[in-house]
Design a protein around this ligand. Structure first.
Ligand SMILES: Cc1cc2nc3c(=O)[nH]c(=O)nc-3n(C[C@H](O)[C@H](O)[C@H](O)COP(=O)(O)OP(=O)(O)OC[C@H]3O[C@@H](n4cnc5c(N)ncnc54)[C@H](O)[C@@H]3O)c2cc1C
Length: 376
């Protein structure tokens, strides 16, 4: 790879590949460097929200394990809220398949993707950004840092470190595939598992992804919460394979988005939902936005970082901040008062009309509140 590129992208996760695909579509010469060799797995629950599905379009169906219209939220003592959307609200896949699919999209659009190529250093040299990959030095007028929550490019170019929270999960396999059947009509979200966070159960082809996310920094307590959740849900006799705990972004703001000719996207920019931990849709959206901003900058002579910052503040941060405010409100309320509030007659109809405004649900869904017991 010694051509002159318009754009270098570091990382081929959802943010990097989406950026590269969009940049190539817009006529840019783009090179992606990814340190891993694909296909590779990545610690993640592999849940695609309706927002992510909408961004990816119908071709993503080739890698979907299950589509769910129903999400079940256990929110307090004996209170379960069930939302059934008109269309899919959450789909599940594996990150091995998703990241391979996204990288192939970028390659098909014309991006050059090099796997097994770790970027060792990045320097903003005024008119160009220089990178070192092994024994090679390359440069381009713009660089997109899509190197994830633990990426090192922020540090290399003097950006402050990200605030972090965390998530953990285990893969839980049944003895017979029919044992999965009772789980295949919904995804389960259980807010009782961890204060300020929640537990999830996402069905995959041959197992359940059982996990917990929270606001605190990474610690062994996350793994303990996953084990406790597995036990509470009666899954202790299933085969538990691989427990993974990883940091997640806790904070995003205009200051984390760009520096000079370097635009930062996805987890590396802190662009994940600080309450739900959902990051895939924001990675895709921010990656594409960065590509469009660079195209616009090359055409207009304006700075790409200014365009990207302005658009991300207008189009992505409001979604993240809205979720943060709602999560903060529910956390401050606490499970007791929240459960009491949900028992008020007429609450189901009120919440049903609010759901589409929360961004995860389309119009025309049905919400029920069960206050008699839970399905645990
Ligand atoms: C336990 C857990 C569960 C989650 N579940 C969900 C979920 O169900 N749904 C959801 O929407 N989000 C979920 N998330 C969040 C989601 O995983 C992230 O938001 C998403 O992966 C961010 O994508 P990204 O492209 O920004 O970064 P990443 O996916 O982390 O990709 C970064 C890429 O950069 C590469 N890289 C890093 N450094 C270099 C370098 N120096 N040179 C070259 N390449 C480099 C890495 O190898 C990697 O491939 C979860 C997170 C965790 C931890």
């Amino acid at each position: 790879m010694n051509k002159r590129f318009d754009l270098i992208v570091v990382g081929a996760g959802p943010a990097g590949s989406s950026c590269a695909e969009r940049a190539a579509e817009l006529g840019l010469l783009v090179a992606v460097f990814e340190k891993a060799v694909f296909p590779r797995s990545k610690p993640c629950a592999g849940g695609l929200t309706s927002r992510a599905l909408g961004l990816l379009g119908p071709s993503v169906n080739s890698i979907i394990h299950y589509n769910f219209r129903t999400s079940e939220f256990s929110v307090g003592p004996r209170v379960t809220v069930t939302w059934t959307g008109r269309d899919t609200t959450v789909a599940t896949t594996s990150r091995k398949e998703l990241d391979q699919y996204l990288a192939e999209r970028a390659i098909r659009a014309g991006a050059r993707v090099e796997f097994g190529a770790a970027v060792d250093s990045v320097t903003d040299a005024g008119e160009r950004v220089e990178i070192v990959v092994g024994s090679r030095t390359l440069s381009a007028p713009h660089l997109v840092a899509a190197d994830g929550v633990r990426g090192s490019i922020r540090g290399m170019v003097g950006m402050p470190p990200l605030g972090l929270s965390a998530a953990a999960y285990a893969r839980v396999f049944p003895e017979t595939s029919s044992a999965l059947d009772p789980f295949l009509d919904r995804v389960i979200i259980d807010a009782r598992v961890r204060s300020g966070g929640y537990g999830w159960i996402f069905p995959k082809r041959d197992h359940l992804n059982v996990g917990v996310c929270g606001r605190a920094a990474l610690g062994l307590d996350y793994i303990r919460d996953v084990d406790r959740f597995i036990e509470q849900r009666g899954l202790s006799s299933w085969r538990v394979e691989g427990r993974f705990a990883r940091p997640t972004p806790a904070e995003a703001g205009p200051g984390s988005l760009a520096k000079g000719r370097i635009l930062v996207v996805g987890d590396a920019a802190g662009l994940a939902d600080p309450v739900t931990g959902e990051g895939i849709s924001h990675s895709i959206a921010s990656g594409r936005l960065a590509a469009e901003s660079i195209r616009q900058a090359l055409d207009s002579g304006d700075e790409a970082s200014t365009i990207y910052r302005r658009r991300a503040v207008a189009e992505i941060l409001p979604v993240i901040n809205h979720s943060k405010q709602l999560g903060g409100f529910l956390h401050a309320l606490g499970p007791g008062p929240l459960s009491a509030g949900l028992r008020i007659p007429g609450m189901a109809a009120l919440l049903e009309s609010w759901m589409p405004r929360l961004g995860h649900a389309s119009e025309g869904g049905r919400l029920t509140i069960d206050t008699k017991g839970d399905r645990r």
